[in-house]
Write a protein that binds this ligand. Sequence first.
Ligand code: SF4
Length: 456
Amino acid sequence: MKCEHCTRKECSKKTKTDDQENASVDVPSPAQENGEKGEFHKLADAKIFLSDCLACDSCVSAEERIQVSQQNAKDFFQVLNLNKKCDTSKHKVLAVSVCPQSLPYFAAKFSLSVTDASRRLCGFLKSLGVHYVFDTTIAADFSILESQKEFVRRFRQHNEEEPALPMLTSACPGWVRYAERVLGHPVTPHLCTAKSPQQIMGSLVKDYFARRQNLSPDKIFHVIVAPCYDKKLEALQEDVPMASRGSRGTDCVLTSGEIAQMMEQSDVSVRDAALDTLFGDVKEEELRRHDGAGSDGYLAHIFRHAAKELFNEDVGEVTYRALRNKDFQEVTLEKSGEVLLRFAAAYGFRNIQNVVLKLKKGKFPYHFVEVLACAGGCLNGRGQAQTADGRTDKALLQKMKGIYADIPVQLPEASTHVQELYQEWLDGTDSPRVQEALHTAYQGPGQPTDSRDIKW
Ligand code: SF4
């Protein structure tokens, strides 16, 4: 993996073949380098898959590589082991937050219902010494609600001189890193400024939950269980607002596959347990998901919200039309033969490349694009459902899709916890604290004139 070409103008992905796209780059962990073995020494060392991370090899610095490789089971067990020692000054509260796209993997892999899988996972983590296990769906609620508001604002502001559209989603760290480090200014102003679910979960745990528990944020070790390795890179960039300054929102990301290996190799006895919530003794009653096939469903939620807010149209079922392939789909709102809204979902590198090319040519037909780095969406993240040779386990993925589809859908607007948090934590829905906790800004390489020279 090279790392010295961040400023070059020709993307290395351009000439990549399918085989290369599936190749992985080993990142030796410090333990591996020193010949040490961790507690679950057979765990796979952290890998960055080129197909995971649209940030091509030129976008990850040597320092970031080291920091990513340090987010592994050894890091996690180090905290657990320190908690067993007498020196209480080194003890930390261990909180684990699980992405909703990870749960179907555990259910499919261990042949359990998704509810039983979440109880088994939670019980396993608690039996190791984890104090709290949360679900990141509540963070995705915030991210979707803020994205909806931003789309409507951009739509109203949009004009030829200062185009605010299209809006491109920003929840996938592989895509965002690629946009920031390779594409730069022509693309970054179009990225939605709402933080990703992982970033918001970091703020919720290290700011809201820490204050509720009278804990300093640095006394909490926050782990995210995620479907991909790209989220390890994302954890390095998180800025946590307010009281939590100086402490990262997420200290360590472990993939679903890494956790499953721990479960398989562990001999601790496990008592199933319900997921925790951020609200003291209240337990998570029922799993729920957002309306998207294997993602958090930004497109469907924003489409319905925009149709109502901008055109007073109620949209029931969102109808997708596959264009070039099943990972490039279009959704339109039409009235009297006129297209009022034109949205697209573009998953996987080739479809993203197509979107970017259209955007650069200045003839872009979409108001909004849901962009995800992985073909098929987050269920197909490279940190889960992989065969030993690094390819997608298609049978397992198929099972996961069915399991995910069966989880009940709940609109983010319907969450009373979210509405309460807006008031209690953020001083309302339109306050400076909302901006600080739920929104971010993007960087791009070089000046706008430089990045226009990118060759494809
Ligand atoms: S699409 Fe989902 S799983 Fe894939 S890199 Fe992006 S966030 Fe990770």
